[in-house]
Design a binder for this molecule. Structure first.
Ligand code: MSK
Length: 648
């Protein structure tokens, strides 16, 4: 038990790890103990892109590989840059392939060929259509939507020119990207070009390789991810603040529990509809259950939470533990962040693991493919299987008594509205409160869990430090869920955890000090929020001028690296924890950590101590405040607060 306490700061996780250990069930936590990270792989000093190697060139063995070169003569700088670029290609490809699925479903929806799906947010449709240069005057909504879908699809296969959304960035940022030749031409083209340039014997200049990695990352953040967020909002509704509950305690012993896990919100949306169907409700009663309990896991959870208030069972490292409760009848998985270990855990219980995407199967799992044409029928079929499986529970159910209220769903549009009101929606109050010093700055804290660092601890340590110092936090993905479990996503958290300036603003507006903006692809919402702050005025003329910083303290996926790279290239100082994948090359690390500040005015940092990482972010925010001439304002406000306390 005491050992598990250091594996996670979350009570539900600790309890279920203990249960798994007693029952001899293998989880990511136990497998991590059995497999130590490869010391050469962790610094990316290994090249295996041809069959003359693998060439291992670790920092510790300079004598073995003189001058640290591979058989072909590739330097360690080339090797590390190639490995880094390939990870970014994989991350960008993941978000963008998700986006492609969304766009194709969007077109079918617009043509009336997607079962149950409709265009829900017509206002956002018109706004996005204008971004794409589509005429809207006097046209039918359906025609506009079809044209938008087709234009969005072309962004993937475009060979020349610039991605359309690049023009949404501040003008100064666009100029920087053009100067360094990193404006993406087409989403797929950039990913393919990385794979070509990192093939044996092609691009062998580390700065040139990293340049293409940057262009590909921008094709993700200002391309695939942004398209995905926008079209999902148009189809399923732009999120507004919604009350939900989070953690494994949301599972219900006397109900049929169905968990949706993964990333694409398509089937999950229909599972929500199907779970409310009278036929399904009647079948549930007949099976002796007190209802169907739909819950989410990872980013699928974020999607259905922020649009429907569906409870969230947990984040990345809780996926296997959800099944260890013995209470889950069905878990559906589509793409990304689904551990293969789920199937072995499912086999210890009655749980059916169902893969639903044509791009992802898991050996041993059932495969029921989602297609928009008959998506609702598929959703009902899955729920019927779950109901039939309810009487098959083989073990005593154990659901930890841990769950917590959260408020989620702060889209860019909602923040705009909350701050300014319906008729004068704007970021002015946020900018004003940064200028007057009540809010010191803004931080985006996002990303995964990583079993090599205590579960959720990095997110919570960092975020508590930030909000205590009056930095408002925008969060997505598994970081957002960690915040929810720790009670940081309620308006009351402002009084409990935030500094006096931030708490005052949160209380006036009625928002938490940490705003849940959605899933991994919704990091694009943070880019748009930052751009809106620049356009509002008073905080410089580029994202890099803002008193802002980013972080992923518990990152593990290649998607996180792509996200970090597009944040850095958009002008944001970005700190990663856990480990850093270019440590094998001093030159590549220096390029990303120092030269990038010269070029892009944003740069990477690596700091595994989460409190120190928060301090780095605060120091950067203060540096930007000083450059804007705002340090005096903050001193004055602090003085006012001190005076007020003295009066009290
Ligand atoms: S799910 S990419 S573990 S945030 Fe988006 Fe969480 Fe990271 Fe997957």
């Amino acid at each position: 038990m005491s050992e598990d306490k250091v594996r996670s700061i979350d009570g539900a996780t600790v309890e279920l790890l203990e249960k798994a250990r007693k029952e001899n069930i293998s989880t990511a936590f136990t497998r991590a103990d059995e497999i130590k990270p490869c010391p050469i792989g962790i610094e990316e000093s290994c090249c295996k892109i041809c069959a003359m190697g693998p060439c291992r060139l670790p920092r510790s063995k300079k004598d073995v590989a003189k001058e640290r070169k591979g058989v072909c003569g590739a330097t360690i700088d080339t090797v590390v840059a190639r490995n880094f670029a390939r990870k970014i290609a994989a991350g960008a490809a993941s978000h963008s392939d998700h986006a492609r699925e969304v766009v194709e479903t969007f077109i079918k929806t617009a043509r009336g060929k997607a079962q149950e799906f409709v265009i829900k947010d017509e206002i956002k449709l018109l706004a996005v259509a204008l971004d794409f240069g589509i005429a809207i005057e006097g046209r039918d909504i359906k025609d506009i939507a079809i044209e938008l879908g087709e234009k969005a699809l072309k962004e993937f296969g475009k060979q020349h020119g610039e991605l359309i959304y690049i023009s949404k960035a501040p003008l100064k940022r666009q100029e920087i990207w053009r100067k360094y030749g990193v404006v993406p031409r087409g989403i797929d083209r950039e990913v393919v070009e990385i794979m070509h340039r990192t093939h044996m014997g092609v691009d062998q200049d580390y700065r040139h390789i990293i340049q293409q990695a940057t262009r590909t990352a921008l094709a993700d953040g200002w391309g695939g991810s942004m398209i995905s967020t926008d079209l999902q909002d148009i189809m399923f509704g732009t999120p507004v603040p919604v009350l939900g509950r989070i953690n494994l305690g949301v599972l219900k012993e006397e109900q049929v529990n169905v968990i949706v896990h993964g990333h694409e919100p398509l089937l999950p949306e229909l599972l929500v509809v199907a779970s409310r169907d009278p036929e399904i409700k009647a079948l549930t009663e007949k099976a002796g259950a007190k209802g169907i309990n739909l819950a989410g896991m990872c980013c699928s959870a974020n999607e259905v939470l922020m649009r429907h208030g569906i409870p969230c069972a947990g984040n990345f490292l809780q996926q296997e533990l959800a099944l260890v409760t013995g209470a889950v009848e069905v878990m559906t998985v589509d793409v990304q962040c689904e551990m293969q270990g789920l199937q072995s855990v499912a086999e210890c219980f009655h749980t059916k693991l169902i893969t639903t995407s044509d791009r992802a199967k898991i050996e041993g799992a059932l495969h029921i493919e989602f297609h928009p044409e008959d998506g609702l029928d598929t959703a009902k079929k899955i729920l019927k299987m779950a109901i039939e499986n309810y009487p098959n529970r083989r073990h005593a159910v154990y659901i930890p008594d841990h769950s917590q209220d959260i408020v989620a769903g702060f889209s860019h549009e909602t923040i705009n509205y909350l701050l300014g009101g319906l008729f004068r929606a704007s970021y002015r109050p946020l900018n004003d409160n940064i200028i007057n010093g009540r809010i010191r700055g803004v931080a985006g804290v996002v990303g995964c869990n990583n079993v090599r660092t205590p579960h959720d601890e990095g997110h919570i340590t960092m975020i508590k430090e930030l909000i205590k110092n009056d930095v408002i936090v925008l969060t997505t993905g598994c970081a957002a869920m960690a915040c929810g479990k720790a009670g940081l996503l309620t308006p009351e958290a402002a009084q409990q955890f935030a500094g006096s300036g931030l708490a005052e603003v949160c209380e006036a507006v009625g928002i938490p000090p940490v705003l849940h903006l959605g899933s991994c692809v919704d990091n694009s919402r943070i880019l748009i929020a930052a751009t809106a702050m620049v356009k509002e005025g008073g905080l410089g003329d580029d994202i890099s001028d803002l008193p802002a910083a980013g972080a992923a303290p518990e990152w593990m996926s290649e998607k996180a690296l792509a996200i970090g790279q597009y944040f850095v290239a958009s002008g944001v100082f970005t700190v990663f924890g856990t480990t850093w994948p270019t440590l094998g090359s001093e030159n590549v690390t220096k390029h990303l950590f120092e030269e990038y500040e010269e070029m892009y005015k944003g740069m990477w940092a690596y700091e595994p101590d989460h409190e120190k990482a928060a301090q780095l972010m605060i120091a950067h925010i203060d540096k930007k405040r000083k450059a804007l001439g705002l340090e005096k304002a903050r001193e004055r406000v602090l003085f006012d607060m001190a005076m007020r306390r003295a009066l009290e």
